[in-house]
Design a protein around this ligand. Structure first.
Ligand code: PMT
Length: 413
């Protein structure tokens, strides 16, 4: 369950006797660090009360598609957007048929249809219903649409029969859901990420810095772990917990970050530079706190090293991906930075209007030599997963090409 920490999990409960196991599932998901919201069908509320699942999840339970109060608080589209993954457990034969039919005639079905995050179902039904061709066809349809199928198990059933159709136990479902986040696209790779701001000291109590919260970089580091990589995160001063599985190095200034990155870069396959590094630092740092005796003071600044450009210039440079925080001419400026720094890829974000610095959401326009892709506004964790997928694809492409080029060069030598 190690990939569930911090994830937004939507749990759909449809109307079968196995709904009683959903209570334990909610408890386990919470224990794994997930934020859980529950949607119940009308029939599910006959088996277990919304109050039970509300108490265990710590969030209101959603039941109605046409409840204006609930829609105003968090409607079906918001719920779908909020989710990092959606699991329907139990998924009855009837619910599977409705899902396969693309129905949106109750809240749970509508959210399943609206959800872009991974969706999985945990079938639970009588043995004979499970074995019918109609159910098998519905499952095949769902599988062909990339909906994950968790279970069912075999054994004695509530109806008194024995056979396949029992819902998996809560722990197995939580493990199955956790595996959804483990993509493996960077298995065996070393990824180095920078995050957060840097602080450039003026005197012992003052510094120059910026509004970076570190959220975007930490999300990228977490996504790289989920992709199977060994991840080192060099972070400026932020107040965020280290994502599970990440080796973190804390730094203060751009010079500290430069030193830490250059040391780690030699063993990295991929370097993702998300940090908002200060371009300048005070030329001198006062040893004592500056006194406010005069009306005006001026500060002499000198350039900091460009960490990303320095990594890209290494003899055996890793695949390098930078970020570009822009307020105007996003595409031109980003492409200019990509070429000037000699990097493989750049992810441009237009900062302001609630996006970019110190926000929960962001949007990216990613450029590389032979292409570009827009990643629309969404939560930073989801966006980071999409970006890491894109980086993995381009890394594999460049790695393959690099091998071919080196091979050809050796051949012709
Ligand atoms: O931390 P959050 O609150 O979540 O906000 C995220 C973010 C807005 C900070 C992030 O999405 C982002 O845009 N990061 C890069 C910000 C930035 O400094 O952009 P830049 O255009 O100044 O730098 C371009 C690239 O060069 C960046 O990859 C930067 O890390 C790198 N750089 C810059 C200067 C320098 N001296 N060394 C560098 O390595």
């Amino acid at each position: 369950m190690k990939y569930l920490n911090g994830k937004h999990i939507l749990l759909g409960v449809s109307g079968g006797i196995a709904a009683y196991k959903s209570a334990e599932l909610v408890r386990l998901l919470r224990l794994s660090g997930a934020d859980v919201r529950v949607i119940m069908t009308k029939a599910a509320t006959e088996f277990i009360t919304p109050l039970t699942l509300q108490a265990l999840s710590g969030n209101p339970v959603h039941t109605d598609l046409l409840d204006s109060a609930a829609e105003a608080a968090m409607g079906h589209i918001e719920l779908a957007r909020w989710a990092d993954a959606l699991l329907v457990a139990p998924a009855t034969a009837n619910f599977l048929a409705r899902l396969a039919g693309g129905r949106a005639d109750d809240l749970l079905a509508a959210v399943c249809l609206a959800c872009d995050a991974p969706v999985a179902v945990a079938p639970a039904m009588n043995r004979a219903m499970w074995e019918k061709p109609a159910t098998a066809e519905n499952l095949a349809t769902l599988q062909s649409r990339n909906i994950g199928i968790l279970g069912p198990a075999e054994g004695s059933q509530a109806c008194g029969e024995t056979g396949p159709g029992r819902m998996l136990e809560a722990a197995a479902l939580a493990d199955g859901l956790s595996a959804v986040f483990q993509t493996g696209v960077l298995a065996g790779r070393q990824v180095l990420v920078t995050a957060g701001p840097t602080r450039e000291a003026i005197d012992p109590v003052r510094f120059l810095s910026n509004h970076s919260s570190g959220r975007m970089g930490f999300a990228v580091a977490a996504a790289a772990v989920e992709a199977g990589a060994s991840v080192t995160l060099v972070s400026g001063p932020v107040s965020l917990d280290t994502p599970a599985g990440v080796q973190r190095i804390d730094v203060e200034s751009a010079a500290d970050m430069h030193a830490a990155v250059m040391q780690a870069a030699t063993s990295a396959d991929i370097f993702i530079s998300v940090a908002a590094v200060a371009d300048y630092r005070p030329a001198t740092v006062a040893e004592q706190k500056l006194k406010k005796g005069v009306a005006e003071v001026s500060l002499d600044l000198v350039r900091n090293p460009d960490i990303l450009a320095a990594v890209a210039a290494l003899r055996d440079a890793p695949f390098t991906a930078g970020f570009a925080a822009e307020t105007e001419s996003v595409e031109n400026n980003a492409q200019h930075k990509r070429r000037a720094k000699g990097i493989d890829m750049i992810a441009a974000n237009k900062v302001g209007d609630g996006l970019g610095f110190d926000s929960e959401e962001n949007a990216l326009h990613v450029f590389w030599e032979a292409g570009e892709q827009r990643l629309p506004v969404t939560g930073k964790r989801k966006l980071a997963r999409q970006l890491v997928d894109l980086i993995a694809t381009q890394f594999q492409h460049s790695h393959h090409q690099g091998k071919v080029l080196k091979f050809n060069a050796k051949d012709s030598a």
